[in-house]
Design a protein around this ligand. Structure first.
Ligand code: SF4
Length: 230
């Protein structure tokens, strides 16, 4: 099979073969990330998995990260954190998310990730994005380049939510405990609500930006915007 036809686990194998220890998984420990972590645990268990502790997560998220790390015997989960001085300067009372979501996401997510990628001199990233998650992801490719010329692999692009959930059942991979309470896409606690019938899975993210017109309606945290051409 030609390289540009690879997807799923085969694409993760290719990424490992091409980049070895210069490859990382960007992980929020959402369902897609857990599936890719499962594959990495079999293919190359020491591949770095970068999780950003924004200091705004649900306690259930941190417990879930711990649970999955142990279940899959992941040996190289790296917990990234915001720069303390940046937090003091820009978000001293922790309420920046209410008024400037993009700035908050930059200092709590984008900056720590970029810092870690530079420190590790990583050349390639895996993400768990699916095209069906929202319209912003329709044009994403299985293999692409980010603005820094790093290679980005998106092995689950053509999976549906049903594909994903069936795979998790078949392989005994648990969901985040809040998933079953309607939190279909889970980020920081202040910016995540349950999803209601008829909404897309990411409709619960940054809902307040659409209710208050604080911005045009945020749909991405900026990680993929910073990493991706869009
Ligand atoms: S998701 Fe919300 S709380 Fe988390 S970094 Fe972004 S704006 Fe801040």
């Amino acid at each position: 099979m030609r390289k540009n036809q690879l997807k799923g686990r085969d694409l993760v194998e290719l990424a490992v073969a091409e980049y070895g220890n210069k490859l990382v998984l960007m992980s929020a420990f959402n369902p897609e990330d857990v599936i890719i972590s499962y594959w990495l645990s079999e293919i190359a268990p020491n591949t770095p998995i970068l999780f950003i502790d924004t200091k705004k997560h649900f306690p259930e998220t941190l417990a879930y990260v711990d649970r999955i790390t142990k279940q899959l015997k992941l040996t190289n989960v790296k917990i990234l954190e915001p720069d303390p001085q940046l937090l003091i300067n820009s978000d001293p009372d922790g309420h920046l998310w209410e008024v400037q979501v993009n700035r908050c996401c930059w200092l709590r997510k984008v900056e720590p990730l970029e810092r870690a990628i530079k420190a590790g001199d990583y050349k390639a990233l895996i993400t768990g994005r699916r095209r069906g998650q929202n319209t912003d992801r329709i044009d994403v490719e299985f293999i692409e380049k980010d603005p820094h010329d790093r290679t980005k692999y998106n092995p689950l692009l053509d999976w549906t939510r049903l594909d994903r959930d069936q795979y998790m059942i078949d392989h005994d991979l648990p969901h985040h405990p809040l998933y079953h309470l309607g939190y279909l896409s889970i980020g920081c606690a202040p910016c995540t609500t349950p999803v209601y019938r008829g909404e897309d899975a990411r409709a619960g993210r940054w809902r307040h930006t659409r209710l208050t017109n604080a911005s045009d309606g945020k749909t991405e945290c900026g990680l993929h915007v910073a990493q991706h051409q869009g």
